[in-house]
Design a protein around this ligand. Structure first.
Ligand code: GLU
Length: 501
């Protein structure tokens, strides 16, 4: 790669960023880092009808949270600014004019009603109306009226659009880094609108002009833009500019069934499809951040949706991803979204976290439940259970018995509470009362010695003991629980079990 790598993420701020968009941003970021290039963010907001307030700030915040913030964007290193297309509005007209003057584009005055009538007429004849070389000379365009007439109609403020004059009878052989050679017949393309009389460019014109002016070396974007590739390449040709290289990323597919992953799949199966929570009047859409996902886990998971480095390696830091990333190894086929794998990644990152950091995240939940436990104790508890959790929000369910006595006893486990159990539990209380050094290993030795000396079967005491403390036959090592709960509370819980069961 000779020229500097400059890649962009160019979302339209029409709502929260879907997880597919996040992956596009991530692959651009990784590609830039791999090649010591620049990853920039451009806001494509030329379509004012689809503009959603708050969406731009959301996109920025999401990328920051994930640790893949752009190097250049609105308000940050605006080397080729502005980075918001609505603020570049005045720039596009000259490029549209340039294409008119060179014969690569034309004015079209057809009213929406006229176009609708054409569409209906075609339908009635069993045909589809495509605005292109088939009929552009029969429609209301500057290709058929004189230059004077055209100028007059524009000066009179008549509604018009500028359309691209797609070349005829050409087979385009284009190169996509992921898909290899892709072929397009120009005769099948329509003459896309590039510019409207309200002075606004369409996506196609603004996107090409800006990718050129912002010196974009590679366009890495979702597969849904592949059909636009021939037009984009032709636009570069029309302007006499070098086209960037293209890479169209595979779709992210539903966990079950066919088709693209949608928000509905997430709602149905209980996983977020947005990085951050998104609130509107209609309701709240959950976000990875609020669900308790670690940003590193989300990044790691997304990187492997459609890419791998050829090994079995699954856990990567962002730096490792950047070092191994290779567009040539991105798959052509769609990548199935696996919500279970997603949680598995979070688990991997959770167990790697420092216990006291996890305890700090857990503490507010405890406070909410009414417990202000010292951080060292919470840290110890976290260390005992984190292997069983995917999220910090799982902690309470895994640890509630450390903080409060059981309010009920698991029915099935209660069957182990036999006739002789109360007497054995009374004896256990006496054993526990006499232990001075109330630490896990010591309690374990003394209790087990007592069992051995008196030839009492382990299960006869251990299961009811656990049931008394926890309310069920679950939880970490019993004597760790006993130590943390403390002598007095342990005894009181056994007494409560004796009187309840
Ligand atoms: N604004 C387009 C979008 O919303 C950008 C597509 C592209 O990357 O060219 O995704």
């Amino acid at each position: 790669m000779s020229k500097q790598v400059r890649v962009r993420f160019a979302p339209s701020p029409t709502g929260p960023l879907h997880i597919g968009g996040v992956r596009t941003a991530l692959f651009n970021y990784l590609f830039a880092k791999k090649h010591n290039g620049v990853f920039y963010l451009r806001i494509e907001d030329t379509d004012q009808t689809r503009f959603v307030p708050g969406a731009e700030a959301y996109i920025m915040e999401a990328l920051e949270w994930l640790g893949i913030a752009p190097e250049e964007t609105v308000g940050k290193n605006e080397k080729f600014g502005p980075y918001r297309q609505s603020e570049r509005k005045d720039l596009y007209q000259q490029y549209a004019d340039q294409l008119i003057n060179s014969g690569w584009a034309y004015y079209a005055f057809d009213t929406p009603e006229a176009l609708d009538a054409h569409r209906k007429q075609h339908e009635a004849e069993g045909k589809t109306f495509i605005y292109n070389h088939h009929n552009r000379e029969k429609l209301d365009t500057s290709l058929v009226i004189s230059a004077e007439e055209t100028a007059k109609r524009i000066a009179n403020g008549e509604h018009y659009v500028i359309r691209f004059k797609t070349p005829v009878d050409e087979t385009l052989h284009l190169k996509d880094i992921i898909r290899g050679d892709v072929k397009f017949e120009t005769n099948l393309l329509d003459d896309k609108v590039l510019f409207k009389s309200d002075g606004m460019p369409t996506y196609h014109l603004a996107n090409i002009v800006d990718d050129h002016l912002m010196e974009t070396s590679h366009v890495i974007r979702g597969e849904e833009w592949l059909p636009s590739m021939p037009l984009h390449v032709l636009l570069y040709r029309a302007f006499g500019w070098d086209a960037p290289e293209f890479a169209h990323l595979p779709l992210i597919l539903k966990p079950v069934g066919n088709g693209k992953l949608s928000k509905r799949d997430g709602d149905k199966m209980g996983f977020p499809v947005f990085p951050l929570e998104w609130k509107t009047e209609e309701g709240v859409s959950s976000g990875y951040r609020e669900k308790g996902f670690f940003p590193e886990a989300v990044v790691n998971f997304l990187a492997l949706l459609g890419w791998n480095d050829g090994t079995d390696k699954e856990i990567y830091s962002l730096e490792e991803l950047a070092a191994s990333f290779d567009l040539n190894r991105v798959h052509k086929a769609g990548a199935k979204f696996d919500p279970e794998k997603n949680k598995w990644f979070n688990h991997q990152y959770l167990v790697k976290q420092n216990d006291s950091d996890l305890a700090k995240t857990f503490s507010p939940i405890l406070v909410e439940k009414g417990f202000s436990t010292p951080l060292e104790v919470t840290t110890r508890i976290v260390s005992l259970i984190k292997e069983r959790a995917n999220f910090v929000s799982d902690f309470w369910e895994l640890t509630d018995f450390f903080f409060q006595a059981p309010t009920s006893y698991d029915e099935k486990a209660s069957k182990n509470w036999k006739e002789e159990t109360p007497a054995l539990m009374q004896e256990l209380i006496s054993v526990l009362e006499n232990i001075e050094d109330f630490t896990s290993a010591n309690i374990e030795t003394i209790v087990k010695d007592w069992l051995t000396k008196n030839e009492i079967g382990m299960g006869k005491v251990m299961q009811p003991f656990r049931l008394s403390l926890v309310g069920a036959l679950k939880g970490p090592h019993l004597f760790d629980i006993v130590e943390i709960v403390g002598k007095e509370e342990t005894i009181s819980r056994i007494q409560k079990a004796i009187s309840t069961l």
